[in-house]
Ligand binder design. Structure first.
Ligand SMILES: Nc1ncnc2c1ncn2[C@@H]1O[C@H](COP(=O)(O)OP(=O)(O)O)[C@@H](O)[C@H]1O
Ligand SMILES: [Mg+2]
Length: 331
C-alpha cells in the first residue's frame, strides 16, 4: 500500500497553488471507494467550488488535502509541499464539516487558544481575535459565553473565525453555511467576498449553488468519487439556450398582455413561449442566446408591455447540476 508519505513526490512545484493528481482513497480495507482517481488544480487566488450529492467523497477529498487522511495512491501538493508538512499547515485554514470544540471554553478563549497554537504573536492576540469575532459577526454578548451554550450558527461563525486565525493563504471550507440561519448565510456570503478581495485561494464545498455561483471562479462536480464535470463560472456563454422568466406590471392600462401577444413577439424572434400566467403577470420564454434575449425584451417593451423583471429560471450552475444528476440517475 502506498502511504501519504509518497505525496512528497512533488507535483508542479513551481506553479504554486493546489494540485491533486489521481487521488484514490478507500475505507474499510478497500470495501468503500470514496475517491476513485480525483484530479484537480486550484491556481493561486482562484476560488474553486465543489459540488456533488451526499456521499460523493467531498469531505474525504478535503480530509486528504488537509493531510488528515491517508490515501492509497495519487499525489497532493500545496505550494509544492505535502499536505501534512508543517509549512503547509501554517498556510492553510480549514473549516470542517463537523466542528468539535472544547465545550467548556468561552468563544473568545477558544480563539485565543488557536491563536497561540498557530504561533501568532502574543501581543496581537486580543486585537486579532476581536477583529475576527467581529468579522464573522458573532455577537459580542457571546464572546465570554461557554461554547456549550452556542447555537449551531454561532458555532459555525466561531469555526470560521478559527479557520482564519492563522491568516491563511489557502482556505478549505466544508459546507461553511450549514446549520446557519438566513442572516448567517449572508454573513458567510460577504465573508467569502471579502476573503476573495484579500486574494485568498479557496476550495468551497457547499450544497448552496447560489453561494458557489457568487463566490467561485470555477466549479467541479464530484459523484461516486470521480470528477464528472467542470464548469467555468466566469466565462460568458453568449449562445447557450436559456429559459427566462419575464414579469410585467399586472395593472398596465397601456396594453392587454395576453398569451397571444407574448407568444407572437416570442415566435417572431425565434424564441419559444413555454408558459404564460395572466394572474402572476409572467411568462417563461426560451431564448437561443443572450442577444436574442435582449431583442425579446426590447420588442416586449416596444409593444407596450411594462417589463419589470427578467431572470433565468435556473441559474447556470443549477442547470449544470440538474443535467449532471439526471445523467447520474440514468446510469
Ligand atoms: N470514516 C469512514 N469510514 C468508512 N466509510 C466512510 C468514512 N468516511 C466516509 N465514508 C464513506 O465514503 C464515501 C464518501 O463520504 P464523504 O467523503 O463523507 O462524502 P461527502 O462529503 O461528499 O458527503 C461515502 O460512501 C461514505 O459513507
Ligand atoms: Mg461531506
Amino acid at each position: 500500500m502506498v502511504e501519504a508519505e509518497q505525496s512528497r513526490e512533488l507535483v508542479d512545484v513551481a506553479a504554486g497553488g493546489i494540485s491533486v493528481v489521481n487521488l484514490v482513497k478507500s475505507y474499510k480495507g478497500g470495501k468503500v471507494k470514496a475517491l476513485d482517481g480525483v484530479s484537480l488544480s486550484i491556481k493561486p487566488g482562484e476560488a474553486l467550488g465543489l459540488v456533488g450529492p451526499n456521499g460523493a467523497g467531498k469531505t474525504t477529498l478535503i480530509g486528504c488535502m488537509m493531510g488528515f487522511l491517508r490515501y492509497q495512491s495519487g499525489e497532493i501538493a500545496i505550494d509544492g509541499l505535502a499536505p501534512d508538512d508543517l509549512v503547509t499547515r501554517a498556510m492553510v485554514g480549514y473549516l470542517p464539516e463537523r466542528l468539535t470544540f472544547d465545550r467548556w471554553m468561552t468563544g473568545r478563549d477558544f480563539l485565543h487558544f488557536h491563536h497561540e497554537l498557530c504561533g501568532r504573536p502574543e501581543k496581537l492576540r486580543v486585537h486579532e481575535c476581536e477583529e475576527l469575532l467581529r468579522r464573522v459577526e458573532l455577537d459580542p454578548s457571546a464572546w465570554s459565553m461557554a461554547v456549550k451554550k452556542y447555537s449551531r450558527g454561532m458555532l459555525q461563525r466561531l469555526g470560521f473565525a478559527q479557520a482564519l486565525v492563522n491568516k491563511p493563504r489557502y482556505l478549505l471550507l466544508d459546507e461553511p453555511a450549514s446549520g446557519m440561519d438566513p442572516h448567517g448565510v449572508l454573513v458567510v456570503q460577504s465573508l467569502l467576498r471579502s476573503l476573495r478581495q484579500d486574494g485568498l485561494t479557496f476550495l468551497l464545498n457547499s450544497h448552496q449553488l447560489d453561494q458557489i455561483e457568487r463566490s467561485c471562479d470555477r466549479v467541479i462536480f464530484i459523484q461516486k468519487g470521480k470528477v464528472v464535470r467542470e464548469e467555468n463560472l466566469r466565462a460568458r456563454e453568449e449562445s447557450v439556450p436559456r429559459t427566462m422568466c419575464i414579469s410585467w406590471l399586472s395593472y398596465s392600462d397601456e396594453v392587454m398582455v395576453d398569451s397571444a401577444l407574448v407568444g407572437r413577439i416570442a415566435t417572431e424572434l425565434g424564441a419559444t413561449l413555454d408558459q404564460f400566467s395572466q394572474v402572476e403577470a409572467n411568462a417563461s420564454i426560451t431564448v437561443g442566446s443572450e442577444a436574442e434575449c435582449a431583442r425579446l425584451i426590447k420588442a416586449m417593451v416596444e409593444a407596450g408591455i411594462p417589463v419589470t423583471r427578467v431572470v433565468p429560471e435556473l441559474s447556470r450552475l443549477q442547470k449544470a447540476f440538474v443535467d449532471e444528476m439526471s445523467k447520474g440517475g440514468a446510469k
